[in-house]
Design a protein around this ligand. Structure first.
Ligand code: LIP
Length: 265
């Protein structure tokens, strides 16, 4: 269900790529388009029809009343990378995560620009459907900081100096640093072994609920994102490969879980 829904939602988003109406921004560099809202409505309606007793939290339309108590909670980012989408930069995705009793259980991302469907279920690995084939995802084996590429997310949600210091620590350790504007796809790149880590000083749960599970199920390490109110207020995030987990988490200044199974809301 999740895989079909994410792919259908991705195709809906892509149908207006390059022409979606820009709505009044939520803040400086925090864009939203009419298609963000349309995709979230589409996803919410499908979930409510299929699973009427479940709770839903979405970036655009917020949380249902039972978000803190429901056995199953769906967390939706209808278009992650909205600033890219609004500018015609083909680097965005639909992200759908499902928590079961407060623990990430399912994560699905659809990247319409490449028709890539990333998916994971807890304890069942992380996978990528692309070009008609399905392959298992595994994090990068790179074990040297001066061979590592790290994506560092950025926003105005934390002081600029703190972001500059983060970039400086990573660059000073010899890492290559990138920022591509979609935290969800940044996490998918870690799960797929394309980069060695994704770190950001503040990210929202809808950006990362699916991607955190992808990284954990691909053999990577993650932080305890949902602890201390992360679900509704957001939190720092670090997600890494296995070989460089400790030094990269130390450079990010964000402690890792010893095992993903410890993750809780
Ligand atoms: C984006 C995140 C990214 C962050 C951006 C923005 P959106 O989400 O994926 O990690 O750095 O500021 O929040 O707003 O495109 O859904």
């Amino acid at each position: 269900f999740c895989r079909r829904l994410a792919a259908d939602a991705g195709r809906l988003a892509h149908s207006a790529f390059g022409s979606a109406a820009l709505l009044p921004a939520k803040g400086r560099h925090d864009e939203v388009t009419a298609m963000d809202r349309e995709v979230e409505r589409f996803v919410r309606e499908a979930i409510t029809r299929a699973f009427p007793g479940d709770a839903v939290l979405g970036e655009e339309d917020g949380a249902s009343a039972d978000v803190a108590s429901a056995e199953f909670l769906w967390i939706i980012d209808p278009i992650d990378g909205t600033a890219n989408y609004a500018r015609g930069i083909a680097h965005y995705c639909v992200s759908i995560g499902v928590l079961h009793n407060q623990v990430p259980a399912i994560g699905v991302l659809h990247d319409p620009s490449h028709d890539r469907l990333y998916w994971a279920a807890r304890g069942q690995g992380a996978w990528l459907d692309e070009n008609g084939a399905t392959r298992r995802l595994a994090v990068s084996p790179i074990a040297s900081l001066d061979g590592a590429t790290v994506e560092c997310g950025w926003s105005l949600r934390r002081p600029q100096a703190d972001y500059i210091a983060l970039f400086d620590r990573m660059l000073g350790a010899g890492c290559a640093v990138r920022r591509a504007g979609s935290g969800a796809l940044g996490l998918a790149d870690v799960a797929a072994g394309r980069t060695e880590a994704y770190a950001e000083l503040h990210i929202n749960s809808w950006d990362c609920a699916a991607g955190l599970l992808l990284v954990a199920e691909a053999g990577g390490r993650i932080n305890d994102f949902f602890a201390g109110g992360g679900l509704l207020q957001g939190n720092p995030i670090v997600a890494t490969n296995a070989a460089l987990a400790e030094p990269l988490a130390a450079l990010a200044g964000i402690p890792l879980l010893s095992t993903p199974q410890e993750m809780k809301r």
